[in-house]
Design a protein. Sequence first.
Length: 197
Amino acid sequence: MDQRAELPLCQQIIDIKHAAEHIRTARRILVVGCSGGGKSTLSLKIARYCGLPYISLDRDVYWLPGWVTRDRAEQRRIIATRILEERWIMDGTNPSSLDIRMPRTDFVIWVRMPRLLCIGGVISRWAKWIGRTRPEMASGCTEKIDLEFLRFIWTFEQKFAPRIAAGIAEHGPDVPVVQLKSRRHMRELLDLLDRPA
Protein backbone atom coordinates (compact mmCIF):
# COMPACT_ATOMS: atom_id res chain seq x y z
CA MET A 1 0.00 0.00 0.00
CA ASP A 2 1.18 3.50 -0.81
CA GLN A 3 2.80 4.97 2.31
CA ARG A 4 1.48 8.45 1.41
CA ALA A 5 -2.01 7.11 1.96
CA GLU A 6 -1.48 6.39 5.65
CA LEU A 7 -2.88 8.49 8.47
CA PRO A 8 -0.92 9.80 11.45
CA LEU A 9 -0.78 7.13 14.15
CA CYS A 10 -2.43 9.47 16.66
CA GLN A 11 -5.64 9.43 14.57
CA GLN A 12 -5.89 5.69 13.98
CA ILE A 13 -8.20 3.51 16.05
CA ILE A 14 -6.94 -0.05 15.65
CA ASP A 15 -9.17 -1.94 18.10
CA ILE A 16 -12.69 -2.60 16.75
CA LYS A 17 -14.19 -2.53 20.27
CA HIS A 18 -12.65 0.90 20.82
CA ALA A 19 -14.07 2.03 17.47
CA ALA A 20 -17.55 0.81 18.46
CA GLU A 21 -17.33 2.85 21.68
CA HIS A 22 -16.46 5.97 19.67
CA ILE A 23 -19.33 5.36 17.26
CA ARG A 24 -21.86 4.93 20.08
CA THR A 25 -21.01 8.39 21.47
CA ALA A 26 -20.36 10.23 18.19
CA ARG A 27 -22.92 12.77 17.04
CA ARG A 28 -21.56 13.15 13.52
CA ILE A 29 -19.88 10.27 11.63
CA LEU A 30 -18.27 10.39 8.22
CA VAL A 31 -18.01 7.18 6.16
CA VAL A 32 -15.55 7.25 3.25
CA GLY A 33 -14.01 4.72 0.88
CA CYS A 34 -14.12 3.20 -2.58
CA SER A 35 -17.35 2.36 -4.39
CA GLY A 36 -18.45 -1.22 -3.88
CA GLY A 37 -16.74 -1.54 -0.51
CA GLY A 38 -19.97 -1.46 1.50
CA LYS A 39 -20.09 2.17 2.71
CA SER A 40 -23.81 2.63 2.18
CA THR A 41 -24.85 -0.68 3.70
CA LEU A 42 -22.62 -0.02 6.71
CA SER A 43 -23.84 3.57 7.07
CA LEU A 44 -27.50 2.60 6.96
CA LYS A 45 -27.00 -0.08 9.62
CA ILE A 46 -25.10 2.30 11.91
CA ALA A 47 -27.79 4.93 11.34
CA ARG A 48 -30.40 2.43 12.50
CA TYR A 49 -28.40 1.11 15.47
CA CYS A 50 -27.42 4.59 16.72
CA GLY A 51 -30.50 6.58 15.70
CA LEU A 52 -28.52 8.90 13.42
CA PRO A 53 -30.04 10.66 10.40
CA TYR A 54 -28.51 9.25 7.20
CA ILE A 55 -27.06 11.58 4.56
CA SER A 56 -25.94 10.15 1.21
CA LEU A 57 -23.64 12.40 -0.83
CA ASP A 58 -24.70 10.54 -3.98
CA ARG A 59 -28.43 10.92 -3.33
CA ASP A 60 -28.62 14.23 -1.46
CA VAL A 61 -25.72 16.22 -2.92
CA TYR A 62 -23.87 14.99 -5.98
CA TRP A 63 -26.37 13.58 -8.49
CA LEU A 64 -29.52 14.95 -10.09
CA PRO A 65 -32.00 12.67 -11.90
CA GLY A 66 -30.60 10.93 -14.98
CA TRP A 67 -26.99 10.89 -13.77
CA VAL A 68 -26.61 14.66 -14.15
CA THR A 69 -23.94 16.11 -11.86
CA ARG A 70 -25.09 18.96 -9.66
CA ASP A 71 -23.10 22.21 -9.95
CA ARG A 72 -20.04 22.12 -7.64
CA ALA A 73 -20.91 25.39 -5.87
CA GLU A 74 -24.41 24.06 -5.19
CA GLN A 75 -22.93 20.78 -3.88
CA ARG A 76 -20.78 22.70 -1.39
CA ARG A 77 -23.73 24.86 -0.33
CA ILE A 78 -25.84 21.76 0.40
CA ILE A 79 -23.01 20.11 2.33
CA ALA A 80 -22.34 23.31 4.30
CA THR A 81 -26.02 23.38 5.32
CA ARG A 82 -26.31 19.67 6.17
CA ILE A 83 -23.17 19.52 8.32
CA LEU A 84 -24.69 22.14 10.66
CA GLU A 85 -27.26 19.58 11.78
CA GLU A 86 -26.61 18.27 15.28
CA ARG A 87 -26.50 14.57 14.43
CA TRP A 88 -25.81 12.61 11.25
CA ILE A 89 -23.94 9.84 9.52
CA MET A 90 -22.69 10.99 6.11
CA ASP A 91 -21.95 8.37 3.46
CA GLY A 92 -19.64 9.62 0.71
CA THR A 93 -15.99 10.14 -0.08
CA ASN A 94 -15.49 13.26 -2.27
CA PRO A 95 -12.06 14.42 -1.00
CA SER A 96 -12.66 17.94 -2.34
CA SER A 97 -15.29 18.59 0.35
CA LEU A 98 -13.31 17.27 3.34
CA ASP A 99 -12.32 20.85 4.15
CA ILE A 100 -15.90 21.65 5.16
CA ARG A 101 -16.97 18.22 6.43
CA MET A 102 -14.04 17.23 8.67
CA PRO A 103 -14.26 20.16 11.13
CA ARG A 104 -17.83 19.05 12.00
CA THR A 105 -17.03 15.33 12.17
CA ASP A 106 -16.59 13.42 15.45
CA PHE A 107 -15.48 10.11 13.95
CA VAL A 108 -14.43 8.74 10.55
CA ILE A 109 -14.97 5.23 9.26
CA TRP A 110 -12.74 4.56 6.26
CA VAL A 111 -14.00 1.48 4.43
CA ARG A 112 -10.80 0.35 2.75
CA MET A 113 -11.54 -2.98 1.11
CA PRO A 114 -9.33 -4.70 -1.51
CA ARG A 115 -10.10 -3.52 -5.04
CA LEU A 116 -11.23 -6.93 -6.29
CA LEU A 117 -13.76 -7.07 -3.48
CA CYS A 118 -14.98 -3.57 -4.46
CA ILE A 119 -15.32 -4.58 -8.11
CA GLY A 120 -17.25 -7.66 -7.03
CA GLY A 121 -19.41 -5.42 -4.88
CA VAL A 122 -20.40 -3.08 -7.70
CA ILE A 123 -21.06 -5.99 -10.08
CA SER A 124 -23.34 -7.75 -7.57
CA ARG A 125 -25.03 -4.42 -6.76
CA TRP A 126 -25.63 -3.83 -10.47
CA ALA A 127 -27.09 -7.32 -10.88
CA LYS A 128 -29.42 -6.77 -7.92
CA TRP A 129 -30.63 -3.30 -8.95
CA ILE A 130 -30.43 -3.49 -12.76
CA GLY A 131 -33.00 -1.16 -14.30
CA ARG A 132 -33.88 0.31 -10.90
CA THR A 133 -32.57 3.04 -8.59
CA ARG A 134 -31.03 2.13 -5.23
CA PRO A 135 -32.54 3.91 -2.19
CA GLU A 136 -29.22 5.63 -1.43
CA MET A 137 -28.97 7.03 -4.98
CA ALA A 138 -30.69 10.10 -6.47
CA SER A 139 -34.05 9.58 -8.12
CA GLY A 140 -33.81 8.66 -11.79
CA CYS A 141 -30.26 7.30 -11.53
CA THR A 142 -30.80 3.68 -12.50
CA GLU A 143 -27.99 1.33 -11.57
CA LYS A 144 -25.23 1.16 -14.16
CA ILE A 145 -21.70 -0.10 -14.61
CA ASP A 146 -19.11 0.68 -17.28
CA LEU A 147 -15.37 0.43 -17.91
CA GLU A 148 -14.73 3.97 -16.68
CA PHE A 149 -16.34 3.14 -13.33
CA LEU A 150 -14.38 -0.12 -13.04
CA ARG A 151 -11.15 1.76 -13.85
CA PHE A 152 -12.02 4.31 -11.13
CA ILE A 153 -12.30 1.46 -8.61
CA TRP A 154 -9.14 -0.29 -9.83
CA THR A 155 -7.04 2.88 -9.39
CA PHE A 156 -8.85 4.25 -6.32
CA GLU A 157 -6.21 3.30 -3.77
CA GLN A 158 -3.43 4.85 -5.85
CA LYS A 159 -5.23 8.03 -6.93
CA PHE A 160 -7.75 8.83 -4.21
CA ALA A 161 -6.54 7.26 -0.96
CA PRO A 162 -3.66 9.76 -0.64
CA ARG A 163 -6.13 12.63 -1.09
CA ILE A 164 -8.44 11.17 1.56
CA ALA A 165 -5.59 10.69 4.04
CA ALA A 166 -4.27 14.22 3.39
CA GLY A 167 -7.74 15.77 3.72
CA ILE A 168 -8.47 13.99 6.99
CA ALA A 169 -5.07 14.88 8.45
CA GLU A 170 -5.26 18.53 7.36
CA HIS A 171 -8.88 19.36 8.16
CA GLY A 172 -9.55 17.00 11.09
CA PRO A 173 -6.20 16.28 12.75
CA ASP A 174 -7.87 15.41 16.06
CA VAL A 175 -10.68 13.30 14.61
CA PRO A 176 -10.23 9.56 15.30
CA VAL A 177 -10.42 7.21 12.31
CA VAL A 178 -10.99 3.48 12.04
CA GLN A 179 -10.03 1.74 8.82
CA LEU A 180 -12.07 -1.34 7.98
CA LYS A 181 -9.99 -3.47 5.62
CA SER A 182 -12.00 -6.70 5.59
CA ARG A 183 -15.58 -7.92 5.69
CA ARG A 184 -14.71 -9.64 8.97
CA HIS A 185 -13.83 -6.31 10.60
CA MET A 186 -17.04 -4.79 9.27
CA ARG A 187 -19.15 -7.67 10.64
CA GLU A 188 -17.36 -7.49 13.99
CA LEU A 189 -18.07 -3.77 14.26
CA LEU A 190 -21.74 -4.18 13.35
CA ASP A 191 -22.12 -7.08 15.80
CA LEU A 192 -20.76 -4.90 18.60
CA LEU A 193 -23.07 -2.01 17.69
CA ASP A 194 -26.09 -4.30 17.48
CA ARG A 195 -25.66 -5.35 21.11
CA PRO A 196 -27.13 -3.29 23.94
CA ALA A 197 -24.58 -0.82 25.33
